[in-house]
Structures are given as C-alpha cells and as structure tokens.
Design a protein around this ligand. Structure first.
Ligand code: UD1
Length: 416
C-alpha cells in the first residue's frame, strides 16, 4: 500500500494550476450516455475516479479516445446497461449512470452503493424521483433494476438537497416526455457545469444554479464539446495548505466566484487574499486564528472543505466550533489528528478544536478522500516526519497532489 512521507515545516510558495473538477467531470462523463453522437471533454482531471468512470463506461460499450487533457466519448453502441457492484462500491458517483441509461435505453441495472466511510449515504431520492417520472423500479440481489418505456416529465420536490440526486434526475429529464420541474434542487456549481454541457448537447434546461430547475424533454441530444470547470475543492485545499504553513501561493485557472464562503473563512483566519481574473493569491504572515463553521449545501460552507479547515484550526490561535450537517460520520480524521497532538472534542455532529502551538509528526491513516487532504495539511505543519498511510483515497480525487505540493516547496514523497 502506498504512503506519503512528509517532512513538516516548509512554507508553501509559488504557483499551482488548478485541475478540472472531479465532481463536475464524473456527471458530465455520464452525460455522454445520453447521445449517439460524440462528446468531447477537455480539462478532465487525471485521477482514479475519472479512470474508474472511464472503465465503467467502456464496459457498457462506450468508445473513449484520449486526447491531451481530455477525451472523446462515443456512446453510439452501448450494449450493457449495467453498473456492477465492484465499480459502485469503489465510487458512489457510478450511480450517475442510472438516469442517462434509463432515459435513453428504457432500462438500467445499477448496484446499490452500500455504506461508505462517511455515512450510510442512501440513494432513495434518486429512486423516488425516477419513479415519479414513471419508472418501474425493483431492488433485486443488491441491484436497482429500473425500466420505463419513456420517462414522463414530473414535478419533483427533493426532501433534502442532493447533488448527485439533482444531476441524475436532470439528465433523466432531458429525454423525457414533457416538462420536469426539480424543486429544492442542489445549487452547486457542478450542477451548473453539467447543465451547461447538456445545453450544448441540445437539452432544454432553465434555472440550474437556483433551487428550481425546469427541463423540457427533447427526442434526442446531439454531440458537443465542453470544458470541465476548475475544481473548487482542490483550490480550497491548496489555499488552506498555504495558510497553515504561513506561505504565499497563487492558484491559476481557478474561479473565486464559486468559493466565496471558503475565501471568507480564510480571510477570517487572517489570510490576505487577492483575486485577479482566474488567479487567486493567498498570503499568510501570522499564526492563523481559529475559525468556526457549519457545513451546508451550496452556497454555504462545503462539507468537502470541513476536514482541511480542521487541520488549520488545530494549529490556530483560539478555539473553533465546527458543525457537520451533511454527513453523519465525517469526523474520521479527528482520531488521526489527535495522534499528532491536536486537541479536539467531538459531541455528535460538532467538533470543538482548540489550537495548539505545534503538531508532532507521526504515522497516521487516511480514511476518506477529504480526510486524507486534511492529514496531508497536518503533516505539512507538524514537526518532524509524518507518514500518511492508505493514500489511495487521496489518489481517487486529487490530480498529482504530491507533485503539485513539491513544486510549491513541500517536503513530500511517495513511498511505494
Ligand atoms: C456530492 C459530492 C460529494 C459531496 C456531497 C455533498 C459528487 C460526485 N460528490 O455527493 O463530494 O460531499 O455532494 O456536497 O458530486 N441523501 C439521502 N438520499 C439520497 C441522496 C442523498 O438521504 O437519495 C443524503 C446523503 O446521505 C447526505 C445528503 O443527502 O446526508 C447529501 O448528499 P448528496 O448531496 O446526495 O451527496 P452526493 O451527491 O453523494
């Protein structure tokens, strides 16, 4: 199993290019299933989840040809309408093939994801929404088996905000008969990026980015070219790493307008941030101040940045109250941070972090994707060497993270 060895203490300095967003790339790749024509995607990030999604689509019969920093997807000859357990258990986003397969081919068989490290994460809202559109759905042998002659437009109000739930139903509705209205829809920028790709393919969608999305079904979608948006979570992760180490970095090809909340929290921690077009520069000259936060759906503070801010708070001045409202078990990094000397109390979905002057390096274990990023940041500031074990989680969702950190001056290497 691969590990990262980090020698703490180096301040991050320099420029880093932000990759395409994982959480935009995955649904947009599934959108290729909606058309028999070619979909050209650029700015696809080079990471395991994208490779897993490519493998899944190829198993279904999608032809994929790689081009520089992108790929062309051709779903003219899809012959297997199934996402097997082996794929879905390693990447929950595989559930995103359900809506496109069902709406274009009238059938889909997708494994239920099962539990994962950060909670039970059910997909009941995806299923209920498709049923409201007329799909027949049976759960058999751990699989969702869905059939429909042609999905019918419907008014669907989500019980709670679901990002992939919104994306799955939005894709399903593009080829449905009639108008679908999604209420209490996710407003995440990745939903907007998917909608933009679908619009380029000929879909009729209004309201993406608000809580009400209206989709008028069409008979066919056509080929298109789309550039995947920058990753706001990768952006935030590098900025927190720079703030924690007291460095100065500039992100290039980033977008400040979709991460206002994260930038505000970094300012509250004492960082100086300037934005110049697609360049975001952060400079930290003093010890950070602890920042309290509460995760919630966009545009509030993202759950995918909670762990990284916890790493920052462990070495900050003062104490912070961090409330996780999206996932029930997303404090797995707390135990590991404690092994580095962090002072954290957890009560239910609330963590109270009291900053200490210095963390001390130790061997720690990554438990999920964003928890891994948190541990890397902790390793960058801890005294001595930190070994982060089980970094396959990190490789799932960050493009070349140790190369990018090394280029910024971090002392980090992969042990194979
Ligand atoms: C997406 C992101 C993930 C992010 C999360 C929240 C992708 C590929 N992943 O995950 O990085 O952390 O949004 O911003 O975009 N829920 C149900 N029933 C459902 C669906 C969801 O109860 O059918 C619950 C979940 O358990 C969770 C909450 O709703 O408590 C939000 O989950 P959701 O927005 O669906 O997360 P994902 O789309 O899986």
């Amino acid at each position: 199993m691969q590990k990262l060895a980090i020698q703490g203490g180096a301040k991050l300095h320099g420029e880093v290019r932000i990759s395409g967003a994982k959480n935009a790339a995955l649904p947009i790749m599934c959108a290729a299933l909606l058309s028999a024509d070619e979909l050209h995607l650029s700015n696809l990030p080079d990471m395991h989840d994208v490779a897993t999604m490519e493998k899944l689509l190829q198993q279904m019969g999608v032809k994929i040809s790689a081009v520089a920093q992108g790929a062309t997807f051709n779903a003219a000859n899809v012959d297997k309408l199934e996402a097997p357990y082996e794929m879905v258990k390693t990447m929950r986003a595989a559930i995103l093939v359900l809506g496109p397969l069902l709406t274009r081919f009238g059938e889909a068989r997708v494994s239920l994801p099962g539990g994962c490290a950060i909670g039970s994460r059910p997909v009941d809202l995806h299923i209920k929404g498709l049923q409201a559109m007329g799909a027949q759905i049976h759960i058999e042998h751990g699989y969702i088996h869905a059939t429909a002659k042609r999905l019918q437009g419907a008014r669907i109000c989500f019980d709670l905000v679901s990002v992939t739930g919104t994306e799955n139903l939005m894709m399903a509705a593009t080829l449905a008969d009639g108008v679908t209205i999604l209420e209490n829809a996710a407003r995440e920028p990745e939903v907007v990026d998917l909608a933009n790709c679908l619009l380029a393919m000929g879909a009729k969608i209004t309201g993406a980015g608000t809580d009400t999305i209206t989709i008028e079904g069409v008979r066919n979608l056509h080929g298109a070219a789309h550039r995947v948006m920058p990753d706001r979570i990768e952006s935030g992760t590098f900025l927190v790493a720079a703030a924690a180490t007291g460095g100065k970095i500039t992100l290039t090809e980033a977008r400040a307008d979709i991460m206002e909340n994260v930038l505000d929290k970094l300012r509250e921690a004492g960082a100086h941030i300037t934005v110049d077009g697609s360049r975001i520069t952060l400079e930290m000259t003093a010890r950070p101040t602890a920042v309290s936060l509460r995760t919630a759906p966009y545009p509030a503070f993202p759950t995918d940045m909670q762990a990284q801010f916890m790493a920052l708070n462990t070495i900050a001045e003062g104490s912070a109250v961090m409330v996780e409202t999206i996932f029930e078990n997303r404090f797995m990094h707390v135990q590991e941070l404690r092994r580095l000397g962090a002072q954290i109390e957890v009560e239910g979905n609330t963590a109270i972090v009291t900053g200490c002057a210095q963390l001390e390096g130790a061997t720690i274990m990554a438990t999920d994707l964003r928890a891994s990023a948190c541990l890397v940041i902790a390793g960058l500031v801890a005294q001595g060497e930190t070994i982060v074990d089980r970094i396959y989680h990190l490789d799932r969702g960050y493009e070349h993270i140790e190369a990018k950190l090394s280029a910024l001056g971090a002392q980090i290497r992969r042990i194979k």
